[in-house]
Design a protein around this ligand. Structure first.
Ligand SMILES: [Zn+2]
Length: 360
């Protein structure tokens, strides 16, 4: 689709030909905006990531490793129709692959030979895998508290690892500077990744095939939350969805800046991450402002869960043969908490939880 870039804060517009990741005027995150046609053609019958190709900002070839089209299963819970979307079935075991397909396709389209990104683990593994497979050199900036098993997996994909003293946000700043100074394509939680991740919302809509009341999802950088909201809005625009479900954001209690901001009606403030859920240990979410907007526009709910609750949700999933890391089980953990505390909220509702990753 034809598109441009727009600042999420001041509204400044940019051409899609400029290689920007933040607004020149105010430094905020950008977003892809489309000149939407009145109708959209979905490709093929099978639900896959490439089925939604006409809703991507890609003009050249779409580089894919078969991401998306992940299973949706029902989970037996009394009084609720609960569906689990298993993003752990993606090529590198996490939802990040949907975004990596778009970012690597865009990097190739623009003629870049190198990419870099900051990561707590899963995004680095996904980016490194796609870069290696499609002949691009990859640098991954890792925070000092990153998961060691994930670092080993990234190394195996041939990426160069740069360890940064500090947390994820320090790694993020370093990666952005590196990309700017060395003319390297910056991957990560920016506008192109968001365009890839929105396909989870399309798939959920098509797979459930009845109006969903709630979608539970984990929040780290808040890209998934903003992306799912965008995907739902787009499907509604094209009359492929009747009403927007309520979005439920789940964060670990030891790193919940977005939940605090939403529930207390305050601005997002940095919080030093202290949680076992490394995949969502982000002290200041890049798409936080967008995430809050997504919650407000869907009458959303924000839930914090303790590390113990994450582990117990992970265990419960394992008992039915679903394997997830603590951050990957966060949505289900948030669901269990709400189900226990406010059962009336969820009574007879159609609810989906996104199980995001399994890379322990
Ligand atoms: Zn701006």
């Amino acid at each position: 689709m034809n598109y441009g870039l727009v600042c999420t804060h001041c509204g400044m517009r940019y051409s899609n030909k400029v290689q920007l990741f933040r607004c020149i005027k105010c430094g905020s995150i950008l977003e892809v905006y489309y000149k939407y046609p009145s109708k959209i053609k979905l490709i093929g019958e099978k639900i896959t990531h490439s089925r939604y190709r006409n809703l991507f900002p890609i003009h050249g070839k779409l580089f894919t490793l078969g991401e998306g089209g992940t299973p949706l299963i029902t989970y037996k819970m009394k009084g609720v129709n609960l569906y689990l979307k298993l993003e752990t079935y993606n090529p590198t075991n996490s939802f990040k692959d949907r975004g990596s397909s778009i970012e690597i396709s865009k990097a190739k389209e623009l003629g870049f030979k190198e990419v870099c990104c900051a990561s707590t683990g899963n995004m680095g593994l996904s980016t490194a895998t796609y870069a290696e497979r499609f002949g691009i050199k990859c640098y991954i900036f890792i925070s000092e508290d990153a998961n060691k098993k994930k670092i080993e997996k990234i190394k195996k994909q041939g990426a160069e690892i740069i360890k940064v003293e500090g947390d994820f946000n320090t790694a993020l700043e370093t990666a952005e500077l590196f990309a700017k100074e060395n003319d390297v394509f910056l991957c990560g939680d920016y506008h192109y990744r968001k365009e890839g991740q929105k396909t989870i919302a399309y798939e959920l809509t098509e797979q459930v095939n009845k109006p969903l009341d709630f979608i539970f999802l984990p929040v780290g950088n808040s890209t998934l939350l903003a992306a799912v909201f965008k995907g739902l809005e787009e499907f509604k625009r094209f009359n492929l969805l009747e009403k927007l479900p309520r979005l439920v954001a789940v964060q670990a209690k030891g790193c919940n800046p977005l939940i605090k901001a939403f529930n207390n009606h305050i601005r997002i403030r940095y919080q030093h991450p202290k949680t076992i859920a490394d995949a969502i240990a982000v002290g200041y979410p890049t798409f936080g402002f967008e995430g809050l907007k997504s919650l407000k526009k869907t009458s959303g709910i924000a839930v914090s869960v303790k590390d113990g609750e994450l582990l117990s949700a992970k265990k419960k999933l394992a008992m039915v043969g679903i394997f997830a890391e603590p951050g990957g089980a966060a949505a289900f953990s948030g669901f269990l908490k709400l189900y226990k505390k406010h059962p009336a909220y969820l009574k007879n509702k159609n609810v989906a939880c996104i199980i995001t990753g399994n890379n322990e």
